[in-house]
Design a protein around this ligand. Structure first.
Ligand code: HEM
Length: 207
């Protein structure tokens, strides 16, 4: 990589950092407003508002991470592949905050309540499944783990299918009356799955 393209890669990384941090900065502004004047920033149900906001952005970033390979292939956006890890780690960070709000503000860190929810609320079980899959991917996303796991690294990172699927199950289970947003998330997921199947089929045909 020459100096010029390295600079562009760095610049792109900075822009991505700013863009991916925007929802968090906006949330921080809402929280500050809420602390100054209750019910103004997050509305009458601040915990629910936090949970929903972070959940929504977790899902959006997860689907964005899932889209990296198809976008790179179909639009020839090789540069996007260089930032796959960053996008994935941002998705993971949003999910961690979502889980933290749930465990801290919703369940008050009560282990019995957390376990009870895990067993009796299927949408929580699905959410935790997605969280475990994402945690494994985040943990093994470093160069060291890539070297150590060799061919198995790709297998571990196919957990993105499981994480995205379970995250959608989590959402559809808890929303009683799914609307346009849920239809769009599902459509994106199925388009991405079909593209991956098609590209797999194309690769096998060309061998
Ligand atoms: C990849 C993982 C996850 C994603 C993408 C995700 C996403 C979401 C989304 C989009 C919502 C709905 C927001 C709305 O209705 O506006 C939500 C709600 C919620 N999530 Fe998650 N979530 C994940 C994991 C988890 C985990 C691990 C837990 C708990 C251990 C959890 C607990 C909740 C709760 C309690 C709600 C609110 C339910 C309610 O409205 O009654 N989520 N999540």
């Amino acid at each position: 990589m020459n100096g010029a393209s390295l600079l562009t890669a760095r610049r792109r990384k900075t822009i991505l950092w700013i863009v991916l941090s925007m929802p968090l900065l906006w949330l921080a502004a809402l929280v500050i407003q809420e602390l100054r004047q209750p019910n103004s920033g997050l509305g009458p149900e601040p915990t629910e508002a936090l949970l929903h906001y972070l959940g929504e952005w977790s899902l959006i970033l997860l689907l964005l991470a899932f889209s990296v390979s198809p976008l790179r292939r179909r639009l020839n956006w090789a540069w996007l592949g260089q930032h796959r890890r960053l996008i994935g780690l941002f998705a993971f960070a949003y999910v961690c905050l979502h889980v933290l709000v749930y465990a801290g503000l919703y369940a008050q860190f009560q282990l019995t309540e957390l376990l009870d929810d895990f067993v009796h609320r299927p949408y929580i079980t699905a959410g935790i499944g997605a969280f475990i899959a994402l945690s494994l991917m985040a943990l093994t996303s470093t160069r060291g783990w890539r070297r150590r796991l060799k061919e198995n690294w790709r297998r571990v990172h196919r957990l993105i299918y499981v994480a995205s699927f379970l995250a959608l199950v989590h959402l559809l289970w808890l929303r009683k009356d799914p609307g346009l947003a849920e239809a769009i998330y599902l459509l994106i997921f199925f388009v991405l799955i079909i593209e991956r199947m098609f590209s797999h089929w194309q690769r096998r045909r060309s061998i």
